[in-house]
Design a protein around this ligand. Sequence first.
Ligand code: SF4
Ligand code: SF4
Length: 203
Amino acid sequence: MKVVDVHASVNEDLCKGCKTCEMVCPVYAITVGKREKKFKVEINHKRCVGCWNCEQRCPEHAVEMKPCDPYIIGTDVSQFDYNEIEALCRKARFHPKQLVCYCSGSRAEELAAAILSGAKTPDALVLATGVGAGCGIECNQPILRFLESAGLSFERRKQSFQWLGRTITVWEVPSKLKEDFPVFRFEEDRQLFDRIINASVEP
Ligand code: SF4
Ligand code: SF4
């Protein structure tokens, strides 16, 4: 879960219409268009999760984060059958209590609960949990792995730098690669991760 206390806002006098902000927004909250001779940037504050990505990447420094009335986004894990949560976490190869987002401090169990509550796309998971509402680096792959494990496919927006695809995990490294590069100790890593993932959940 995450406390949202800022929203993005754009100074259209500085905007050059490059659409970088639109492409980096994890929840598709930004639309860049044109009005007369100026660029018009619309930000849907009902979706903005205050991640700062647009502010940090705008080449014209046209985006400013402004304080808003704080509110929490998150999914209450206790509302769902924990057996189902555990099963989905282990299928996605995460321990339920494993941190999946350092910015929001969210654990794998919350992503699983959000999927059980009906979230079906990466942006829906961000809005339901706050995972991905920060740097968007560590949490990107857990989100994609959870959706895949739940059998959910989604269409990625073409004009977006977000949700480009899942990377290979240690469970999928081809045998030939393991043999050719023993120095990387893939098998030891896999065994270690398996032990962590399958450890029991403390009450
Ligand atoms: S990234 Fe900055 S310059 Fe580019 S469209 Fe967005 S606000 Fe305008
Ligand atoms: S702060 Fe994040 S969520 Fe809000 S509009 Fe910018 S990129 Fe999108």
